[in-house]
Design a protein around this ligand. Structure first.
Ligand code: 0O2
Length: 273
């Protein structure tokens, strides 16, 4: 196939990868905005390189006109989770979506590959809009933990380096590392609720601080300078303490003060008019 034709052929996959990445990133945002723990930690996407597509076609004896049907991972999305439990949540979210249709699922977490590879794969049909109309594109979504991703990235590079013939002594090390990652994922799961609580508190703290700073900023136009400085000092003292409850109390009190100033300002404007 001519280079120009390859580009044209892969263009819809570029669009699918971009759209899917944005949609999964938006899911993370939505969780954060609602103060909820996001089962998705990171999302990345890529279109398979031409040489990688050709290698797969050669290995699987796929003809050029069968490529779009049989090479299912031309569009690839990788979803990284913090905990193994999050993977199932993400799978359920994908199954329930109306903008993609699940073609196949491959659970390499229950059925670990001989190499030691663990990940949950979902092949989906995803519709994109082009000048020629709607097209259903296949995309492979790989869902895995940070630990699983670490292992598979290293192993993938070694496969590339040794052209898929990784020497036995390195293979042995990789098997040991894969086992260690199973233990690590398990250990992390046992402290999942503690970690989630800590991350939740951090999120609440960040949002409170942002709110407080916005309110103080708005007060600059309404209150006198001495009062603002007093409020600022008070905020720094409470922030230093690192006590979320005190920060919440200060946030509420500051809101009441700001409301008072706002009411005064409206009254003042009313009298002037
Ligand atoms: P790339 O460079 O990641 O795009 P097969 O070749 O039969 O194993 P198949 O039938 O397409 O692959 O489906 P499968 O097994 O679900 O694998 C698809 C993708 O999963 C692979 O894409 C890898 O990204 C990943 N994968 C599967 N097995 C392994 C493994 O043992 N180690 C690592 N590191 N990744 C794996 P590609 O086409 O191999 O390559």
């Amino acid at each position: 196939m001519e280079i120009q034709l390859w580009k044209k052929r892969l263009d819809p996959y570029e669009l699918a990868v971009k759209e899917l990445t944005v949609k999964f990133e938006h899911l993370i945002q939505e969780h954060k905005q609602q103060g909820l723990y996001s089962p998705i930690e990171q999302v990345t996407g890529r279109v398979k390189s031409v040489s990688s597509i050709l290698n797969k076609m050669k290995k699987k004896k796929i003809e050029i006109d069968e490529m779009e049907d049989k090479v299912e991972d031309i569009a690839g999305i990788r979803i990284i989770c913090q905990f193994v439990e999050d993977i199932q949540k993400v799978v359920e979210i994908i199954r329930a979506r109306n903008d993609m249709e699940v073609k196949e699922e491959r659970d390499y977490i229950t059925n670990i590959k001989d190499s030691g590879y663990r990940s949950y794969h979902m092949i989906v049909y995803y519709p994109i809009e082009t000048l020629e109309g709607t097209r259903k594109i296949q995309a492979e979504i790989q869902i895995r933990t940070l630990g699983m991703n670490f292992w598979s990235t290293i192993e993938h590079s070694l496969q590339y380096k040794y052209e898929k013939n990784i020497p036995d002594h390195i293979r042995e090390r990789l098997t040991k590392a894969a086992d260690a990652i199973i233990v690590l994922d398990h250990e992390m799961s046992t402290v999942r609720s503690e970690i989630m609580d800590a991350q939740n508190s951090l999120m609440i703290q960040e949002s409170l601080v942002e709110d407080i700073l916005n309110t103080i900023h708005n007060l600059y136009y309404l209150a006198n300078k001495r009062e603002i400085l007093k409020i600022q000092d008070e905020f720094y003292k409470i922030y230093e303490l690192g006590d979320l409850e005190q920060l919440k109390k200060f946030h509420t009190e500051l809101d009441i003060i700001a409301q008072g100033y706002r009411a005064q300002s409206i009254e003042h404007k009313g009298i002037k008019n």
